[in-house]
Design a protein around this ligand. Structure first.
Ligand code: SAH
Length: 212
């Protein structure tokens, strides 16, 4: 099967069949070449229903998890989005398809460099990367209409809440390294409400406001 056919199968069996039906969301997953975001020796597994190692002890999330998190942001195309934990850059590419601008923070410089090169090679001009401790957010470009954190924190990092625009939505895994709850937080007129989405397992968010 070609990569394109594998991608279509991923969309039908892993996303659509599990209730993710938004056409713009599905179009983004049909378009972004996930096999370009994994190490060459894992290319053949790129479209399987699993997270995969990307080096430096980190992982690219399972396609369904990326889609589930992204779906909760309900992006329409005009948003400025902050991602914490660029990793491979795959989620950043999906976000770039659905929003106006993406800002992504990664603490491991070699992962950041590889992600930036990939997105450059694929022609994405609306993704901006920086190296650093993402639990502090990226204050220079705040506020953000949407924030997605792809590593698990003990609780919602205060700086991220502060950088979320009024009317904005944040999605993040909350809990210890063994297992977490995916949480959606919305800020409306200054008040934050939280909703639990699903249990999940992410690598820990390190640094201040993360796990030390
Ligand atoms: N969104 C990624 C998945 C990345 S896994 C993808 O699509 O491939 C989580 C990433 O969070 C790892 O790369 C890890 O290095 C990073 N991370 C962990 N703690 C961090 C922190 N405090 N600041 C920034 N990045 C962090």
């Amino acid at each position: 099967m070609s990569f394109e056919e594998q991608r279509e199968q991923m969309v039908l069996e892993q996303l659509l069949a599990r209730g993710l039906t938004d056409e713009r969301l599905l179009a983004a997953f049909r378009k972004v070449p996930r096999h370009r975001f994994v190490p060459p020796e894992l290319e053949a597994q790129a479209y399987t229903d699993h997270p995969l190692p990307i080096g430096a002890g980190q992982t690219i999330s399972q396609p369904y998890m990326v889609a589930l998190m992204t779906s909760r942001l309900v992006l329409q195309g005009h948003e400025r989005v902050l991602e914490i934990g660029a990793g491979s850059g795959y989620q950043a590419a999906i976000l770039a398809e659905l929003a106006l601008e993406v800002f992504s923070v990664e603490r491991i410089p070699e992962l950041l460099r590889a992600a930036a090169e990939r997105l450059g090679a694929l022609g994405y001009l609306n993704v901006h990367f920086t190296a650093g401790n993402g639990s502090l957010g990226w204050a220079a470009h705040a506020p953000y209409d949407a924030i997605v954190v792809t590593a698990a924190a003990p609780e919602i990092p205060e700086p991220l809440l502060a950088q979320l625009a009024d009317g904005g939505t944040m999605v993040l895994p909350i809990g210890p390294p063994e297992g977490q709850m995916l949480v959606e937080a919305r800020k409306r007129h200054g008040t934050v409400t939280q909703r639990e989405i699903a249990s999940c397992v992410f690598v820990p968010l390190l640094g201040r406001y993360g796990w030390t």
